[in-house]
Design a protein around this ligand. Structure first.
Ligand code: ACO
Length: 429
């Protein structure tokens, strides 16, 4: 393959270096483009822009491949735990026994939040969306750890502290929303069991953590743990590039995740399926509305389509299977699963979806599984955030260690008025 791409502008020729990744992905390095030619590139939504090199996650959207540090997502979902996968993402290798024990111990040591922070939960209205609470509370952590302003120091402690505390904050915000007393973490429990205990136990009764749910939760969090340069991870990199502390940086990522076109889609999927059930509308009828662009109704089939996947999202495949297994094991008959499966079947044989290569994404089935686990709908995106945290941290660390790191600062093509005079108030129309 050539080492350079040739660009001709106004009869002048420029050579731009070609960069090739370890899986053969190709890019044209345009770092010097403006210096050499006076041009910038324009790429709305960053459809074709590689913002960084990264050794964390490989994703092939055409073939439906997802690997963390080279290991296929299918293998991790079947054999790993969320804590082990977090270690893999952050440190690049699977941990040995001692490393895993040490990492788990660190997570246990940091599970509590400062007692004063508990009172903050009382300040939110009962109707507060838990994503708003989560992002605010994560940013608030920085006030309790002022040393975190030194972004290049104590990276290990900051990372594990945040990984551990996020699930505590999430569970506390849920308890607040239902008006029940919070449950403190129990450090002899594993990461996922500890979270389920904080979510569902009450002080007045014994509570036994359901091991099937622990397994399902581990798998769900593993599937969400990283997805290379998606909207929230790119937000983490962009925000982090101006060097605020880690908590503030992750808080920005949580906000980006909240939107319905990103992590918020899992909530929207269940709301859509519920609406169909309540109104007796068939999936075919609903798809008719989705396809009807003339009426400008802007309805999308939530949980379908992806910027990168033009094939079945491998995470959705695993989730669909796991959802069926858990529902039948627990004897849960959820009509929303039947509607979802029918919807998928109809959509995948419809020319609109075939032509646009729209397949179920990770959010299409995750909500049904969360629902079976007793997670309320408005907590779905919070669950996504807990899962995505090790990915965000890994990308932040990779960026901080990059000797070529620069503040993220895209350019633009200005399309507003050219220079004109200031008009005094009495002369304006
Ligand atoms: N339902 C109906 N039509 C769709 C859908 C959908 N879910 N997704 C894309 N399309 C159509 C668009 O209308 C467009 O059609 P057109 O060419 O006739 O105008 C075409 O497919 C391309 O769509 P874009 O919006 O340009 O694709 P983009 O890559 O920008 O968007 C996105 C990707 C945001 C995920 C989109 O597919 C979508 O809105 N999906 C629904 C929301 C969702 O499930 N989000 C979760 C994504 S996964 C995640 O973040 C974890």
């Amino acid at each position: 393959m050539s080492t350079h791409a040739k660009l001709i502008v106004d009869d002048k020729e420029y050579l731009l270096p070609i960069v090739v990744g370890s899986e053969g992905e190709k890019a044209i390095d345009i770092t010097q483009l403006r210096n050499q030619t006076g041009f910038i590139t324009l790429d709305s939504g960053y459809m074709n822009t590689g913002s960084t090199k990264s050794a964390i996650t490989f994703l092939d959207g055409e073939q439906g491949i997802l690997r963390y540090r080279g290991i296929p997502i299918e293998h991790l979902a079947e054999h790993s735990t969320f804590v082990e996968t977090s270690y893999l993402l952050i440190y690049g290798e699977l941990p040995n026994k001692q490393q895993l024990q040490h990492f788990s111990q660190l997570l246990s040591n940091h599970s509590m939040i400062h007692e004063d922070m508990r009172h903050f939960f009382d300040g939110y209205p009962a109707s507060a969306h838990p994503m708003a609470i989560l992002s605010s509370m994560v940013n608030t952590l920085s006030t309790y750890y002022p040393e975190s302003v030194n972004v290049f120091e104590n990276i290990e402690v900051q990372s594990t502290r945040l990984l551990s505390k996020l699930r505590t904050i999430a569970a506390f915000s849920y308890k607040k929303s239902i008006g029940k007393p919070i449950m403190y973490p129990l450090n002899h429990l594993t990461y996922c069991a500890n979270f389920l205990h904080m979510m569902y136990a009450i002080p007045s009764e014994p509570y036994e953590v359901d091991q099937d749910m622990v397994k399902a939760l581990n798998m769900l969090l593993i599937l969400h743990a990283d997805h290379e340069q998606n909207c929230s991870t790119s937000t983490v990199r962009l925000c982090g590039s101006s060097l605020p502390n880690l908590y503030t940086t992750i808080s920005a990522g949580i906000c980006a995740l909240w939107g319905p076109l990103h992590g918020g889609a899992n909530q929207e999927v269940i709301e859509m399926l519920q609406k169909l059930k309540d109104s007796d509308m068939s999936p075919k009828e609903y798809l008719g509305k989705v396809k009807d662009k003339k009426s400008n109704n802007n309805i999308r089939l939530m949980g379908f389509g992806h910027r990168v996947y033009k094939n079945y999202d491998p995470r959705a495949k695993i989730l669909k299977k796991m959802t069926g297994v858990i529902l039948s094991k627990k004897g849960i008959d959820d009509p929303l699963l039947d509607i979802a499966m029918e919807m998928e079947e109809v959509a995948l044989s419809d020319s609109y979806f075939i032509e646009r290569k729209l397949y179920p994404n990770v959010d299409f089935y995750s909500g049904i599984l969360y629902k079976a686990m007793g997670i309320p709908i408005n907590m779905f995106t919070v669950m996504f955030a807990i899962g995505r945290l090790p990915g965000w941290i890994s990308h932040w660390r990779e960026m901080m260690e990059d000797p070529d790191r620069k503040i993220g600062r895209p350019r633009q093509i200005y399309t507003g008025p050219t220079e004109r005079p200031y008009v005094p108030m009495d002369k304006r129309k």
